[in-house]
Design a protein around this ligand. Structure first.
Ligand SMILES: Cc1ncc(COP(=O)(O)O)c(C=O)c1O
Length: 487
């Protein structure tokens, strides 16, 4: 998941983490900094707080080269569903490896791609009947946007080529996905390259509730704004794109399912596609297999990635309604959807995804998650009354809270990340939002451990004495630097 990274240097906390210059960890860190351009990272700061040198990973743990372990609280950018090196998913990939690792999907087909398309479609009750393969989340978003616009054009409505997206929404870093993303720090440098036909509508983020109002009221207010735009502009609008239930990069902004129901009905009324970007929230993350299920709706186009292979291999897909698919059938080649990627439908990745689906069918993953979530809720319950914090919230297997601005030390996200490492946690806050998105391998003891370690980390991070000490080491312009985020 991409939000601006902030694992930078500052003083004492950084120094305590620094391995000896000639240690195995330091050696890999130095070689990495000399050769690897890390994603979503201001490399000048990465030099001061080098990346965690991971030697191996197993279950929820990352192990460095010197015997230390770290709990992967964000499931490695939200992809790792059943822990690292899950033997079942690994075995499925190994079996496919000897059979046929990859073959192009144009002009060929194969069992893993067909079975995955059939089984994911079945998960939508057949509402979304066709599946298009891609690789990363952003490429799935590109496909959904192109499909929507091209569909309207094939149907004789070429003016429908604008998109609606939500404030704070995040859909990826490629140019099309970035055009419907509202995270200024990612957009700013590339603004001249971005398509201008995107309309921004208010987010249903429950944190925006007015005094005395609730999440449903925020959802209704946001839906009313959407309705006003669609009423006026629908003849030009191809699709609305949303992250159902949780806007991840916005700081785990959670909303009431009412918004999705209203959005679905409005899209129906105004003949606009609803694109559900479930790249982060699909595969049980919000408590249901797909987040849209909690609103009782299906989108017209559904983007999936991240957890789809359990964090083993890059894969993304776009599922669409058959009515959309049919709009591309023609004797004219150019009316077809000619988009392609070399590794579309990679057989190894499809096998991993099938093993993930098997797991959901063989075990009560959602039930187990709900049970362990209650234990972690209890372990974190004191945070609800902590005057330094606000908006403690949970949706399925996503926990988040915000540190109040007046209690957050300078470079809060960076500091929490560094202190977390000392408590065996790999934490990546988004600005002042601290979140947990653990893999689905928690048991009750581990959930209690995680809650306790997070609270220790938080208390140490917010300790005013430590804050003062670190403040003295910051560069003179640090206070003017916008608080960066880590995800
Ligand atoms: C909701 C959402 N959409 C799209 C993406 C982009 O996915 P990728 O990083 O695989 O390109 C992300 C990544 O965090 C995401 O959270």
């Amino acid at each position: 998941m991409q939000t601006p990274c902030d694992a930078g240097a500052d003083g004492a906390a950084a120094r305590t983490l620094e391995p000896a210059a000639d240690s195995p960890n330091a050696s890999w860190q130095q070689r990495s900094l000399a050769s690897v351009w890390h994603p979503c990272t201001q490399m000048q700061r990465a030099a001061a707080v080098p990346p965690l040198a991971v030697a191996r990973a197993s279950g929820p743990w990352l192990h460095d080269h010197e015997g230390r372990r770290y709990f992967d609280t964000s499931s490695s950018w939200w992809v790792n569903l059943f822990g690292h090196a899950d033997p079942g998913i690994g075995a499925a990939i190994k079996a496919q490896l000897d059979q046929m690792p990859h073959v192009m999907l144009a002009g060929c087909t194969h069992a893993p791609a067909v079975e995955l398309a059939e089984r994911l479609s079945a998960r939508t009750g057949g509402e979304l009947g066709h599946l298009f393969f891609a690789s990363d989340g952003a490429s799935a978003v590109e496909i959904a946007l192109k499909m929507s616009m091209h569909h309207w054009s094939n149907r004789g409505q070429p003016d429908k080529r604008e998109f609606v997206c939500l404030q704070g929404g995040y859909h990826g870093e490629t140019l099309g996905a970035l055009a419907v993303t509202d995270v200024p720090v990612f957009r700013h440098a590339y603004a001249p390259l971005l398509y201008g036909g995107a309309h921004l509508v208010p987010s249903p983020d429950a944190r925006l509730a007015l005094p005395g109002a609730d999440a449903a009221a925020v959802a209704e207010r946001a839906a009313a704004a959407l309705e006003a735009l669609l009423a006026q502009r629908h003849a030009h609008i191809a699709a609305l794109i949303v992250e159902p239930l949780v806007q991840g990069a916005a700081g785990m902004a959670m909303h009431h399912p009412h918004y999705l129901r209203r959005a679905r009905a409005l899209c129906e009324r105004y003949q606009v596609h609803l694109i559900a970007d479930e790249i982060a929230v699909g595969f049980g993350r919000t408590g249901s297999f797909f987040a849209c299920e909690q609103a009782g709706i299906w989108p017209d186009l559904l983007c999936l990635s991240k957890g789809i292979t359990g964090g083993f291999l890059p894969l993304s897909v776009v599922l669409c309604r058959d009515a959309i698919y049919r709009a591309f059938l023609s004797d004219e080649v150019a009316r077809g959807f000619l988009h392609s990627h070399s590794y579309s439908g990679n057989a190894l990745a499809c096998r991993a995804a099938l093993a993930v689906l098997d797991r959901f069918e063989q075990r009560d993953v959602l039930g187990d998650n709900a049970r362990v979530a209650a234990v972690l809720d209890a372990a974190l319950s004191t945070l609800a009354h902590d005057p330094r914090l606000e908006h403690l919230r949970r949706c399925g297997m996503i926990w988040a809270f915000d540190v109040r601005a007046e209690h957050a030390p300078v470079r809060f996200a960076e500091r929490l990340h560094l202190v977390g490492r000392q408590h065996e946690l790999l934490l990546r806050p988004i600005g002042r939002t601290v979140y947990l998105m653990p893999p689905y391998v928690l048991d009750e003891a581990l959930a209690r451990w995680l809650g306790a370690r997070l609270i220790d980390t938080l208390n140490e991070t917010l300790n005013p004495a430590l804050a003062a000490g670190l403040g003295a080491t910051l560069p003179p312009d640090a206070d003017r630097t916008p608080e960066p985020s880590v995800a």
